[in-house]
Design a protein around this ligand. Structure first.
Ligand code: FE2
Length: 444
């Protein structure tokens, strides 16, 4: 599927000359980053069969094929159509099918009907990817410094955008596979058992302070991480680690799912409507809890961080435990001294690691990776925030309503994607992301 190159410049610089141009290192760097990103997405699909790529198991889930094409559309729309002279889409209809929510970029297909689209086929979607890759490659190879200055912000945004979709691809295929009584395995993985008994959680005290919140402008950040500003963070305590499955089991066994006193009103309504009795993907068999993982169906490991719970469940658990969820400012303040390391998508587990009670003597454990941590902060703009004009201004700002902020990344997030200031957000009833709980407390 080659794309029209009718008006392309005839001055193609041979590779050797290109290597001598002053911007070659930067061209190479951006091309490498782009290719690494794209090949990681392709590697995630290793082992999937064409039938797996097209299922939409609920409106929140997008088919794998759609992720592959939509991320490609993003580069086509915001880079090739803007910066590639004479560029023309070979199949303009893809813009309608693979635009997600950018009204300024034109009309779009209905999100909840993505699973009905059997054409383009998986192979055609892959060809679309390859074609856009090769055009981006040509564009980056030939761009001078001035053009790179213009392209780079959108290219880097496109890279981070696709990393978000890599995470969604993982969580979406998990939801798809979980519907299948055969429980397909996404990745064979040895069971990693944790400590027989996880040491009890500690609470780390933080003094009241005026904290600098938000991204400092050094390197990439989404617009919702700024403007950086001062915020008063009163004294609080933060749990040394996330809540484990074992601890969450105690909440279940205390019949907390049937006791309204722990629940927000909306949460209580949701629990009853949805008949929730445990985290998503948990099933009771012969008296024992099992859960579906991307490595198959297996008994719940009590030493793993609990995951696939809604904000409502996180909040109810905190109430039951005599604690609360942290605010996003408390979390960010506490994360200031924590290294950004942990179990991320690059590790290939796609499941939280069991806690090991290892020799890690830091105060706070597992702030990054494993599970996203719900905060009690509504997702809203920081003081002075204004969404940028145009389609890319729709990236974050228009979702600042009825959602809660999550921090820290998960086992499906790329390590190179997460930051201390990163604000993820979901509606309070969503459970299909790798979401978990870290407790906080007011001064005792
Ligand atoms: Fe997207």
């Amino acid at each position: 599927m080659s794309l029209a190159l009718a008006d392309m410049t005839t001055e193609v610089v041979p590779p050797k000359q290109r290597a001598l141009s002053p911007s070659s290192a930067r061209n190479e760097y951006l091309r490498d980053r782009f290719h690494q990103l794209r090949s990681f997405t392709n590697r995630l699909c290793t082992g999937l069969e064409p039938e797996d790529y097209v299922v939409q198991s609920m409106p929140d889930v997008s088919p794998t094929k759609w992720h592959l094409a939509h991320t490609t559309w993003f580069f086509e729309t915001f880079i090739l159509k803007k910066f590639f002279p004479g560029y023309r889409s070979e199949i303009p209809e893809y813009a309608y099918l693979f635009n997600s929510y950018y009204n300024a970029a034109g009309d779009m297909h209905r999100r909840d009907l993505r699973g009905l689209i059997s054409r383009p086929t998986v192979r055609e979607a892959e060809r679309y990817r390859a074609s856009i890759d090769s055009h981006i490659d040509d564009l980056l190879s030939d761009a001078d410094e001035q053009l790179l200055d213009e392209i780079e912000p959108n290219l880097v945004l496109g890279i981070h955008h696709e990393q978000q979709h890599q995470e969604l691809l993982i969580t979406d295929i998990k939801h798809v596979f979980a519907q299948n009584p055969l429980y397909p395995v996404f990745r064979e993985r040895k069971l990693r058992t944790g400590a027989e008994k996880v040491s009890s959680v500690r609470f780390v005290d933080f003094e009241q302070t005026m904290a600098s919140i938000g991204h400092d402008g050094d390197g990439f950040a989404y617009d919702n991480e700024g403007p950086r500003h001062q915020a008063l963070v009163p004294a609080f305590s933060l749990a040394s680690r996330p809540v484990t499955n074992g601890e969450y089991l105690a909440f279940i066994e205390d019949n907390a799912y049937t006791r309204p006193e722990f629940w927000l009103s909306l949460g209580w309504m949701t629990v009853n409507e949805q008949r929730w009795q445990a985290p998503l993907y948990w099933t009771k068999r012969d008296g024992d809890w099992w859960n579906f993982t991307l490595s198959g169906f297996r008994p719940v490991d009590e030493s793993e961080p609990v995951t696939h719970i809604s904000y409502f469940e996180a909040d109810a658990y905190a109430n039951w435990a005599g604690a609360r969820l942290p605010t996003e400012f408390e979390w960010e303040r506490a994360a200031l001294d924590c290294p950004i390391e942990g179990n991320f998508a690059e590790d290939g587990s796609f499941h939280p690691h069991a806690l090991s009670n290892s020799s890690d003597h830091r105060n706070l454990h597992l702030m990054f990776g494993d599970v996203w941590e719900w905060t009690r902060s509504a997702y809203s703009p920081y003081p002075g925030y204004r969404a940028a004009p145009g389609a890319l201004g729709e990236y974050n700002g228009k979702f600042m309503c009825n959602q809660y902020v999550l921090r820290g990344g998960s086992c499906a997030t790329s390590r190179s994607h997460i930051r201390r200031t990163y604000r993820n957000f979901f509606q309070p009833e969503k459970r299909w992301q790798f979401t978990g709980i870290r407790l906080a407390r007011d001064p005792q």
